[in-house]
Design a protein around this ligand. Structure first.
Ligand SMILES: *Cc1c(COP(=O)(O)O)cnc(C)c1O
Length: 357
């Protein structure tokens, strides 16, 4: 008997891997180090007790869209919500990518852009970033002219480099393509500028955001994008009906009542990021890249993987990109609580000292 044959283009597909190790200080996945506010959890549980769980959720996601519209100063008809921004990205590629269509990515960047392009049968065109990990707008325009992509991905701040893309680059990319330009702003709240400020001027610009990072809700799975109403209407048709559960919709709505507290957390994490940055820069053997996110990328002068292991031996887990193409000897460190960041700095100092010994 022959086995069912999967799509031939999926044969070489690699799964998404983000290995977890059970250690004291976990600074490897860019989550918030803080649990959501207790008052939020209480309100959410209270609302869930009242919710008609025997009924399908609101398919139009009306209340959450309206609350997000107020929060962002945007028309609710420009907002599409899904189970994490990864599902937003998947829905965008189901609608605009697919067989015979191309997506442009600039590497190194977030692995899921590439991965979701592959699983939706979208052909990939890979552009290179400059040595400082910014996108060269002229090179980008050339690549787009040559490849005529349906979708171009930018990521600002870029994961894993932390690089904030100038708005001028985003505008140059928009001017170069007839396709969609998707700016992944998973860390947008930590950055000094956002493509949200120019979204309404560009009907092909899609800005993607998430509740997974700043909002301390990675476990809930909620993300959204802001785009022209015509794009949002198509995404609504393409996504599975009732995709967003009632608990998820309620969580998003109620979380927006805690905007001030979240803004204070962003301030704390940005201050901590800069403290961590100067601490790491003071150590010999590390280059720290500028970051507008809640993480820092460092390049280790010596063997990045060996240092990663010595940090782990000291109970500090960071993300090892040392063997990824274009990220040789690089490690990515998520900003944690002040105590975790102290532990991280101490581990780096010790692990680098051990190297010198
Ligand atoms: C963490 C992250 C996301 C978040 O994905 P969710 O599905 O919303 O949890 C999206 N984009 C980038 C670049 C990220 O780093």
């Amino acid at each position: 008997m022959t086995r069912p044959e999967p799509r031939s283009d999926l044969r070489g597909l690699e799964g998404y891997h983000s290995p977890q190790v059970d250690v004291d200080v976990r600074l490897n996945t860019n989550e918030s180090p803080f649990a959501p506010p207790t008052a939020f959890v209480e309100e959410w549980l209270g609302a869930l007790r009242e919710a008609p769980l025997h009924r399908y959720p609101d398919r139009a996601v009306a209340k959450l869209r309206s609350a997000l519209g107020t929060h962002l100063g945007a028309d609710p008809a420009t907002i599409f919500c899904a189970n994490g921004s990864n599902e937003v990205l998947q829905t965008l590629l189901l609608a605009y990518g697919g067989f015979g269509r191309r997506a442009v990515v600039f590497e190194p960047s977030y692995a899921l852009h590439t991965h979701i392009a592959e699983i939706t049968g979208t052909d990939l065109v890979v552009g290179e970033r400059r040595d400082d990990y910014t996108v060269d707008p002229d090179e980008a325009a050339k690549l787009i002219a040559d490849s005529d992509p349906a979708v171009t991905f930018l990521c600002s701040p870029n994961n894993p480099s932390g690089t904030v893309e100038p708005l001028a680059t985003i505008e140059a990319v928009l001017a170069a393509t007839d396709g969609l330009v998707v700016v992944d702003e998973a860390y947008g709240e930590f950055a000094p500028q956002s493509a949200l400020t120019i979204q309404a001027d560009h009907d092909r610009l899609v800005v993607v955001r998430t509740f997974s990072k700043v909002w301390s809700m990675a476990a809930v799975r909620l993300g959204f994008c802001v785009a022209a109403p015509g794009i949002v209407a198509l995404l609504d048709k393409v996504v599975l009906p009732y995709a967003l559960s009632t608990p998820t919709q309620l969580a998003g709505e109620l979380a927006l009542g805690f905007t001030d507290e979240m803004a204070r957390r962003v301030e704390t994490l940005v201050t901590e990021r800069e403290r961590l940055r100067s601490g790491l820069e003071a150590l010999d053997g590390l280059t720290v890249f500028p970051s507008g996110a809640n993480f820092l990328l460092v390049r280790v002068a010596d063997d990045g993987h060996a240092l990663w292991q010595r940090l782990l031996d000291r109970g500090v887990l960071v993300r090892d990109f040392s063997r990824r193409e274009r990220l040789d000897d690089c490690l990515r460190i998520t900003v944690g609580t002040p105590d975790e960041n102290d532990a991280c700095l101490e581990a780096f100092a010790g692990a680098l000292g051990e190297d010198a010994a």
